[in-house]
Design a protein around this ligand. Structure first.
Ligand code: GLA
Length: 423
């Protein structure tokens, strides 16, 4: 079928498109050279939902134990999570025994992880998944378990020996900014020396901000992703504050993200208790626009079909995982409606419109197509598909057209604009 988009482009527009493509394909700062996180990491991380529950006597189903991770691994394989890309099953704080072993190695709490981490990693690998673990650059983890300060080499080796595939490295209890910076770098090099492929997830900038502005170009050379802002909570207030921080710092952080290194706005809390349906849509849409690691923290044993469908939405995941690897940004905010956009491969664009007005009902918002993608999102025309809150083909649009959408309070409309020939 011959489609309208195959019409000849005027020469200067073609030149512009070419220039844009060249500029956007240019890699940002050099990334950590471990070949990992070419697209944002996807998986599951226990912290937000299960925190530091160590009471397996009283709460055997929700305490931090090997049983919890075995159950999650089974579900990640059987319930379609792995198939759509959620691959890393990650342990957060509170897995450790209170003391190192006689040889100075970290060890798992023997009551809660009786088989040990190596056996757990084998099991997780047998499901076709990867295992993540947690440690801390300072003297103690945030919850008070042994820190890695002074033990970077031995800890990296222990994790590699166990078959760990990702390390989340926290920044609590570090006695100086110098130790913090050196520690994050040393652990990166120590992981590298093990020869095992281990995704390195940092919180370096988050702990730097109170002292001085982080050097993101440098951080990208050592980490595969890095937390910038406070911990996510199961609340709209929290999701909103992460978005506000990100947009107000976008000049500093957006360009540094790219294949191998990503800004990490923290876990997806979709499928829990605190977000309404529209707010869950907003989190999913904006985490896709932000090229964020998609690490869910929820209970896969009891997730609603609606939340599951949202988290497993292949079109939205495709935006998050787009191979061009450019992070999106907030284009404008007008009258409590924010418009965000993200350049995608094949000259496509993702556009999200968020209604931040928390009084009243759904609001209509009209955008001029020419204002998107620096004028290049839809030249001379394009096909627009609405992906969220539900999938709907909106059809052909001209560069000069307007698009009217309806957005629920605290909700988001997520669109994909693409070349008609790719339709
Ligand atoms: C910090 C981190 C969280 C979590 C906890 C664990 O607050 O930012 O993501 O890892 O520590 O104690």
């Amino acid at each position: 079928m011959k489609l309208k988009g195959e019409v000849q482009l005027p020469g200067f527009l073609l030149a512009l498109r070419f220039l844009a493509l060249v500029l956007w394909s240019f890699p940002g700062a050099r990334a950590l050279n471990n070949g990992l996180a070419v697209t944002p990491t996807m998986g599951w991380l226990h912290w937000e939902r299960f925190m530091c529950n160590v009471d397996c006597q009283e709460e055997p189903d929700s305490c931090i134990s090997e049983k919890l991770f075995i159950q999650m691994a089974e579900l990640m394989e059987s319930d379609g999570w792995k198939d759509v890309g959620y691959e890393y099953l990650c342990i957060d704080d509170c897995w450790m025994a209170p003391k190192r072993d006689s040889e100075g190695r970290l060890q798992a709490d023997p009551k809660r992880f009786p088989s040990g981490i190596r056996r757990l990693a084998d099991y997780v690998h047998s499901k076709g998944l990867k295992l993540g673990i947690y440690a801390d650059v300072g003297n103690k983890t945030c919850a008070g378990f042994p820190g890695s300060f002074g033990h970077y080499d031995i800890d990296a080796k222990t994790f590699a020996d166990w078959g760990v595939d990702l390390l989340k490295f926290d920044g609590c209890y570090c006695d100086s900014v110098e130790h913090l910076e050196k520690g994050y770098k040393r652990m990166s090099l120590a992981l590298n020396r093990t020869g095992r492929s281990i995704v390195y997830s940092c919180e370096w900038p988050l702990y730097m901000w109170p002292f001085r502005k982080p050097n993101y170009t440098e951080i990208r050379q050592y980490c595969n992703h890095w937390r910038n802002f406070e911990d996510v909570y199961d609340s709209w207030q929290s999701v909103k504050s992460i978005l506000a921080w990100t947009s107000s710092n976008q000049k500093r952080i957006v360009d540094v993200a790219g294949p191998g290194g990503w800004n990490d706005p923290d876990m997806l809390v979709i499928g829990n208790f605190g977000l309404s349906w529209d707010q869950q849509v907003t989190q999913m849409a904006l985490w896709a626009i932000m090229a964020a690691p998609l690490l869910m923290s929820n209970d896969l044993r009891e997730i609603s079909p609606q939340a599951k469908a949202l988290l497993q939405d292949k079109d939205v995941i495709a935006i998050n995982q787009d191979p061009l690897g450019k992070q999106g940004y907030r284009l404008r905010k007008e009258d409590n409606i924010e418009v965000w956009e993200r350049p995608l491969s094949d000259l496509a664009w993702a556009v999200a419109m968020v209604n931040l007005q928390e009084i009243g009902g759904p609001r209509f918002h009209t955008i001029s197509i020419a204002s998107l993608g620096q004028g290049l999102a839809c030249i001379p025309d394009c096909v627009i598909i609405q992906l969220l809150p539900e999938k709907r083909k909106l059809g052909f649009y001209q560069w000069t057209s307007d698009l009217k959408t309806k957005i629920n309070p605290t909700g988001t409309v997520l669109l994909r604009l693409q070349r008609p020939s790719l339709h």
